[in-house]
Design a protein around this ligand. Structure first.
Ligand code: ADP
Ligand code: ASP
Ligand code: MG
Length: 418
């Protein structure tokens, strides 16, 4: 008997029929003698529906109230699941995050989990109940409900698996694992049976929506075995088969992985690029530009500084598109005038495409193969950033899908390696 945390995403919880499927799957694990904690997302579309109602009221809703609202999506789906389990004769109870409690800091809409109390949950598990706990939310020290950012149920599940000492955290979703890239964009993408923790961390941080980045960070910090697998299969699939399906995030590097130079491709449209033209090139100019951005709690991603004519420099950087308005305001009202910038250009029509692979460490020339493949398609690269195991480029967003398909082919990711 072991303790298993199972997370079900929005599509998996998307209708009463799907919730029945989830309940049957959970019942199978419970009947086999496992202790099961289930972390559901809101039914698909529900979080968007709630947030768009808030936006109808005001373009910038109060963030505490926004969390009060958004957290209800998971409360509804959790209660529906517990009800379904009970109606099938499976002992079950649901809790909202604040009842556990899942404690977080006070950064509304992007809170971080600080601790999870296991007392209540353990008592229920020991009494033979399935425990359903809302994903995506917690409570801060002042008693306010907080949410963890979009896709945050992944993080709730992995954090709970760590806190309860679960044997495994199963992330059930609408694809049957982690693919070489999003199979919706490249139908030839292949599922990986295992992916290294480092590669998963890079893919998630570079915009791959399959797992929220913080869930991968938690998995690494507490060495939680995480498996991504499909919730859309027949729920009566034998347990052993299910346990070996999908993609396991592994903390060991095996031979097979080293063979793949590039393992996956991530992409993101959540980017905005800013350029300050003709800034007088004096020591401290980078700090003068980026200091106030950092002070406003805005993360800067890529940075590019070019020398141009007459001792001036063109300075470009990217931020998340959600921070674009605040960044533009800071640049126009404060930073631009302070550094004597000639012109401030903002561009939200950019995308980031990245190749990721731990094999890149030991192979030279991978980045230039990437640039060559893009140039053969006439795709202009606006910015580049590299690390040991990834290369990212900023391009015009209208070429994003072409770039992903091109690179997938160029690095032969569609070829079977097993
Ligand atoms: P959930 O609602 O279960 O959390 P998400 O929509 O957040 O599901 O994540 C699953 C989706 O992630 C898939 O439907 C797929 O389109 C997308 N995705 C992006 N990159 C990948 C990848 N490398 N492998 C598999 N799926 C990916
Ligand atoms: N319901 C939340 C969202 O749509 C959290 C999640 O699904 O993981 O972002
Ligand atoms: Mg998700």
């Amino acid at each position: 008997m072991s303790l298993i945390v199972q997370k079900y995403g929005g599509t998996s919880m998307g209708s009463i029929e799907r919730i029945r499927n989830v309940a049957q799957r959970v019942a199978k694990w419970h009947d086999a003698g496992h202790q099961v904690v289930v972390v559901p997302s809101a039914m698909s579309g529900e979080t968007n529906r709630l947030l768009s109602m808030a936006k109808e009221i005001t373009p910038k809703p109060n963030s505490r109230e926004q969390d009060m609202l958004a957290a209800t999506g998971e409360q509804a789906s959790s209660a529906l699941l517990a009800m379904t389990l009970l109606s099938m004769g499976v002992p079950a109870v649901s809790y909202a995050g604040w009842q556990v409690p899942v404690r977080t800091d006070s950064s509304h809409t992007k809170a971080r989990i600080t601790s999870i109390d296991d007392t209540r949950v353990r008592a229920d598990l020991d009494a033979g109940r399935v425990v359903v706990i809302t994903g995506f939310q917690g409570i801060d020290d002042l008693g306010n409900i907080t949410t963890l950012g979009r896709g945050g149920s992944d993080t709730s599940a992995v954090a709970m698996a760590a806190a309860f000492g679960a044997e495994e955290c199963l992330i059930f979703t609408d694809v049957d694992g982690v693919y070489t890239t999003d199979p919706r964009v490249v139908p030839e993408a292949r599922r990986m049976k295992v992916i290294s923790f480092e590669e998963m961390l890079e893919l998630a941080s570079l915009g791959s929506k399959i797992l929220q980045i913080r869930s991968v960070e938690f998995a690494g910090k507490y060495q939680v075995p995480v498996r991504v697998l499909s919730s859309l299969t027949d729920p009566s699939i034998p347990l052993d088969e299910e346990r070996n399906s999908g993609t396991l995030i592994t903390f060991e590097e095996d031979q097979n992985m080293e063979a793949a130079v590039v393992s996956g491709i991530a992409f993101s449209r959540d980017e905005a690029k800013f350029t300050l033209r003709a800034v007088p090139d004096t020591p401290g100019v980078a700090y003068a530009i980026l200091g106030p951005i950092a002070a406003a709690n805005i993360d800067v991603d890529m940075i590019l500084q070019n020398l141009s004519a007459q001792g001036t420099t063109d300075f470009s950087f990217t931020v998340n598109r959600n921070d674009a308005d605040r960044t533009e305001q800071l640049l126009k009202e404060q930073i631009g005038p302070a550094v004597g910038a000639g012109e401030i250009i903002s561009d939200s029509k950019v995308a980031k495409v990245s190749i990721v692979g731990i094999g890149m460490r030991s192979h030279a020339g991978v980045a230039s193969s990437m640039f060559q493949a893009l140039s053969e398609e006439g795709i202009n690269i606006q910015m580049i950033s590299t690390s040991e195991i990834k290369t990212s480029v900023i391009i015009d967003d209208k070429y994003m899908e072409l770039a992903v398909r091109t690179l997938h082919r160029a690095f032969e990711l569609d070829q079977d390696r097993d």
